[in-house]
Design a protein around this ligand. Structure first.
Ligand code: HSE
Length: 300
């Protein structure tokens, strides 16, 4: 069988709304093979949201659309899916399924598309490239989408950075999370975000960690989405007290992210875990390194 592993992704990274994202060492897995006809889907890991095992399955739907678009006949397929990325938590689980579906369909139809072309398709399906780009390329990816074109640059993150995901027991759908955003922003807020997004990219490039606290501030989405994430602000404050360089809302939420260096990881993990235990809701804390390779197709 062929095996695809696709990393979790954390979009926005503070001010880079719908643009910047990072891949993390936490994966969804897909094994696939051609069968005579029809579709068989086996889900290896249950989540609180049931993953469809029929034609409504997102990986399968992506494959069907890919075959329809490329004018090829979709063969029968057996899919085995094991999703370790928490669902509906702002860690790119849907983008991971779309990327897995595209890679599987591309492989089955003879690998005619480059990864770059698949990134263009994935960004169009998602409507923004900040999850699909890092899922495909790994690292931190800055992207911009115009009607027919997506442009992107991958940045390698400094090796000593760690991402602490704090995943709550409640989901926040991207749809709901986008509904709370305003249609208009003030000039001051536009300048605030544009300057910080630029500072974030330049600081990562230069390895200037002192800048990150300011460079990861945001006024485009976090102030509006905080109503959906109880305790967001006090968790950010605690993360800072326990050694994080910066923190932000991962994607559309509900996961909160703290960024720190390896030397602070042990103390942060102990203190933050104790803090999260003492507040309402269940929060799972996991420290992850960035994924550097992006989705991989492996023959097994
Ligand atoms: N940039 C998107 C958002 C990511 O924050 O709404 C969610 O998929």
């Amino acid at each position: 069988m062929m095996h695809i592993k696709v990393p979790a992704t954390s979009a926005n990274m503070g001010p880079g709304f719908d643009s910047i994202g990072v891949a993390l060492e936490l994966y969804n897995h897909l094994w696939f093979e051609e069968i005579e006809q029809g579709v068989e889907i086996i889900v290896k890991k249950e989540h609180e949201i049931k993953i469809p095992t029929d034609k409504n399955n997102l990986i399968y739907k992506t494959m069907v659309d890919f075959f329809a678009e490329t004018g090829n006949v979709m063969p029968g397929v057996r899919l085995i899916q094991k999703d370790d990325i928490p669902m509906v938590r702002g860690l790119g689980s849907s983008a991971a399924c779309i990327v897995a579906g595209l890679l599987a369909a591309n492989h089955m139809s003879g690998c005619h598309y480059s990864r770059e072309q698949l990134a263009q398709i994935a960004a169009k399906i998602e409507g923004h490239p900040d999850n699909s780009n890092p899922a495909l390329f790994g690292g931190m990816v800055v992207g911009a989408l115009d009607h027919n074109e997506m442009r992107h640059v991958k940045l390698d993150l400094p090796k000593d950075l760690v991402f602490a995901i704090m995943v709550p027991d409640f989901p926040v759908s991207t749809e709901d999370s986008r509904k709370v955003l305003p249609d208009m922003y003030t000039k001051a807020d536009a300048i605030f975000n544009a300057s910080r997004a630029a500072l974030l990219v330049a600081s990562i490039y230069a390895g200037d960690y002192e800048n990150l606290a300011m460079a990861m501030q945001d006024r485009i989405h976090q102030p509006y989405r905080s109503q959906l994430i109880p305790d967001m602000d006090r968790i950010f404050k605690a993360a800072k007290n326990y050694g994080a360089l910066a923190s932000y809302l991962s994607g559309a939420g509900s996961t909160l992210m703290a960024v720190l260096t390896d030397d602070k990881a042990e103390v942060f993990q102990q203190k933050m875990a104790a803090y999260l235990k003492a507040i309402p809701n269940e929060w799972q804390l996991t420290l992850l390194k960035p994924d550097t390779k992006g989705a991989q197709l492996i023959a097994e």
